[in-house]
Design a protein. Structure first.
Length: 392
């Protein structure tokens, strides 16, 4: 950002981006345009809206907000995070190659390896923290680097600017799945990435009531191609969901601040707990990605994982069953706290030897720390740990 005085702060963007009073009624909030089609005064004579797969005013307002929050020019909304990814991959051609991280979200891994691998696209999975490993897979067919930081559930950090630097001046584009950080904590386009993707289902929506995805880029030619695919393939979100996310975005900065504060308090508390051997949270100076995280993120987020001292499946199952405030469920990023057991839930389809190599052992538990009162969340975890160990 060249001129700070003209750049609204993130909180101002969260409240105002994309939202203009309705020109016909003056309604302050964007109306939910529950319509599939729009009247034409004469053939081809319309107000910019013809059919809601192509354009819908509620969706347009949200897409403008996504672009503003990620400091990009173009925002595109999709029916889910994976639908957004699907369209990015459809810009590739047989023979093209993608390099991604070996600690990737399971659904992204499945989309790459069980869907797009059949269309002649080759995927390489490397530790993107190791730039030599990245360079070893890079060739003239590499079209995309697909990265995710922090990763799920081990909170590994990729140095976005360093990855961008490796492919600078080539035809390879860098996409960052920014779901775990949200635009309040990390803006990959500012670090040189070509595109940001979000599972809006998580922090952007923020209330566990919508499934949605988005893409943001400042690349005009790529946007044109993606917009055509968005309309051609049709995985668009409905106007009611767009309204819910517009509402959610208005408190994104406040929610993220609290997620971060609570995440920090819980990470520190758990790190002193005798029943826990290791806590994964990028805010710890001992975290292997801490220095990079401190540089490229504004704060460290509300995702925390920990390993039980006995690293035992039965103890882990008892802990996740004994919490009251932390609800046992998939997903993350909502106002309410969630607890999960990666080895049997999100990472169940990954072979034991493979998952254990990255640290996903039977005793690993993942928390999506919500915005409740930190002391209540800490007591809930303490009680669950105590009960799980007594019965053990
Ligand atoms: C949930 C998630 C996705 C997939 O998004 P959906 O909205 O569930 O389709 C992709 N990446 C990450 C990091 C996620 O957490």
């Amino acid at each position: 950002m060249s001129d700070k005085s003209q750049t609204p702060g993130p909180g101002t963007l969260a409240v105002h981006a994309g939202v203009e009073p309705d020109p016909t009624t003056g309604a302050i909030m964007t109306p939910v345009y529950l319509t599939s089609t729009y009247v034409q005064d004469g053939v081809g004579n319309h107000k910019g809206f013809e059919y809601s797969r192509t354009h819908n005013p509620t969706r347009t307002a949200l897409e403008v907000a996504f672009a503003a929050l990620e400091h990009g020019t173009h925002g595109l909304a999709f029916a889910s995070g994976l639908a957004a990814m699907d369209v990015v991959l459809k810009t590739l051609r047989p023979g093209d190659e993608v390099i991604s991280t070996n600690d990737l979200y399971g659904g992204s891994y499945r989309l790459f390896t069980t869907v797009f691998a059949h269309y002649g696209i080759t995927f390489h999975f490397v530790d993107l923290g190791d730039l030599d490993a990245l360079k070893s897979k890079l060739n003239e067919h590499t079209r995309l680097i697909w990265t995710e930081t922090p990763t799920n559930p081990m909170m590994q950090i990729t140095d976005i600017a360093a990855v961008v630097d490796v492919v600078k001046g080539t035809a390879t584009r860098v996409v960052v799945d920014n779901t775990f950080a949200s635009p309040m904590l990390q803006n990959p386009l500012d670090l040189g990435a070509d595109m940001v993707m979000h599972s809006v289902t998580k922090y952007l929506g923020g209330h566990s009531d919508v499934v949605m995805g988005c893409l943001v880029t400042s690349d005009d030619a790529w946007e044109d191609e993606l917009r055509t695919l968005q309309n051609s393939c049709g995985a668009v979100p409905g106007p009611m969901d767009c309204f819910l996310v517009l509402r959610g975005l208005k408190t994104l900065h406040l929610r993220m601040q609290r997620h971060c504060e609570n995440g920090k308090a819980i990470a520190h508390h758990l790190s002193t707990h005798p029943a826990i051997s290791k806590v994964y949270w990028p805010g710890f100076t001992t975290h292997p990605g801490h220095e990079i995280a401190a540089r490229q993120m504004h704060d460290f987020g509300g995702m925390v994982a920990f390993t039980l001292a006995d690293d035992n499946l039965q103890t882990a199952k008892r802990v996740v069953a004994k919490t009251n405030l932390f609800t046992l469920a998939e997903s993350l990023g909502g106002v309410e706290s969630l607890i999960g057991h990666p080895a049997t839930m999100t990472h169940a389809s990954i072979p034991r030897e493979v998952r254990e190599k990255t640290g996903v052992t039977d005793g690993l538990i993942r928390l999506s720390v919500g915005i409740e009162d930190a002391q209540d969340l800490i007591s809930d975890l303490d009680n669950a740990l105590e009960q799980a160990l007594i019965r053990g």
